[in-house]
Design a protein around this ligand. Structure first.
Ligand code: FDA
Length: 307
């Protein structure tokens, strides 16, 4: 019940101001966000790669309302790409991008987002790294997949994200399971209506397994984005049945969530990529983390109570 309320709050400017300004919020945010500055996030990246984990970095930002902000976000990613190249992190660290931060929701947003993401993908390729396009709410899926298809003509390693809660996603998995395709499968983090998405956890989980079966049996590179122990076990079994070696798929989890499990998978020889968000615009990301798990909200409320 709390989930939809928190997801609605994630879009409210008034609640954003209240939560962002509260002094108690910061330590809780730090659990999920690797700092506000690029140098802080690089420090986190180093500590993760030193322990055998790979990373994907997200410069936080979404739903911008004018073109200058889109250009600012593009430039932040260009700086990030340069920093990854300078630190020699290219192959171990990739980047995750939300196209709404690149102008996708503006009038003529599809073209604006494409024009802003293209130089980032170009520079990423030159730096030996790559970009994965995060997936946002269902109204953006067609545009995001169309931009992905365009980018993949020159940069086939550009990654996609699909969400198992959407009815359409099994079809999308078939379309994306070809040679060279990198696809992160997640359950989905937005509050979607019942005419486009499964609403019960059971249905979302079942859809996840159906989608994963398609991706594992395909010719692409599946990226299993989930903290769910059942999904992790099923992924290993499906990979085994598909004859995939450990370097022919990977697990992905969010920074600050199930760290011990992340390390355990690495110790077992799996590829494990941690999604590392950084930046000042952490509010929407933070609220989605609270919404998807009552224990996260309880942690936040407890820290309020102990102040
Ligand atoms: P779910 O939330 O269903 O939890 C299942 C089980 O996992 C729990 O019962 C528990 O055992 C375990 N678990 C989950 N959270 C835990 C925690 N905090 N501590 C301990 N155990 C926990 N979404 C989206 O819409 N677009 C996107 O682009 C992305 N990108 C993305 C990247 C990566 C790397 C990840 C891991 C996730 C995303 N997501 C996303 C978010 C995703 O859609 C989803 O909301 C969360 O991953 C939560 O779903 P889970 O599959 O983790 O399981």
């Amino acid at each position: 019940m709390l989930g939809p309320v928190l997801l609605a709050a994630a879009r409210s400017d008034a609640i954003r101001r209240l939560v962002s300004g509260a002094p108690v919020t910061r330590p809780v945010v730090d659990r999920f966000v690797a700092g506000e500055r690029l140098d802080q996030s690089l420090h986190t990246v180093r500590s993760l790669t030193d322990r055998g984990l790979d990373v994907t970095l997200d410069h936080l930002g979404e739903h911008i309302t004018d073109r200058t902000e889109a250009v600012r976000n593009r430039d932040a990613y260009l700086d990030l790409t340069d920093a990854l190249a300078a630190e020699g992190l290219g192959p171990r660290a990739e980047m995750s991008v939300k196209l709404s931060a690149f102008g996708q929701a503006l009038p003529n947003g599809h073209d604006i987002a494409y024009a802003n993401i293209l130089p980032v993908v170009e520079r990423a390729a030159a730096a030996g790294t790559t970009v994965t396009l995060d997936m946002e709410d269902h109204t953006t899926v067609d545009s995001t997949l169309a931009i992905l298809a365009e980018l993949r003509k020159r940069f086939p390693e550009t990654g996609a994200v699909v969400q198992s809660y959407l009815f359409r996603t099994e079809e999308d998995c078939h379309a994306l399971a070809g040679e060279g395709s990198r696809v992160r499968l997640v359950k989905g983090a937005y509050d979607e209506p019942a005419d486009v998405a499964f609403r019960s956890k059971r249905d979302v989980d079942r859809s996840y397994v159906r989608c994963l079966r398609i991706l594992m049996a395909g010719k692409g590179y599946p990226m299993v984005g989930s903290h769910d122990p059942r999904i992790v076990a099923i992924a290993q079994e499906l990979a085994r049945r598909a004859g995939r070696k450990q370097d022919e798929y990977e697990f992905q989890m969010l920074y600050g969530i199930r760290d011990a499990e992340q390390r355990r998978l690495v110790a077992e020889g799996h590829r494990m990529r941690v999604y590392v968000p950084y930046g000042t615009d952490w509010y929407g990301y933070f609220m989605r983390r609270l919404a998807e798990r009552p224990a996260n909200t309880a942690f936040f409320l407890r820290s309020l109570a102990t102040r």
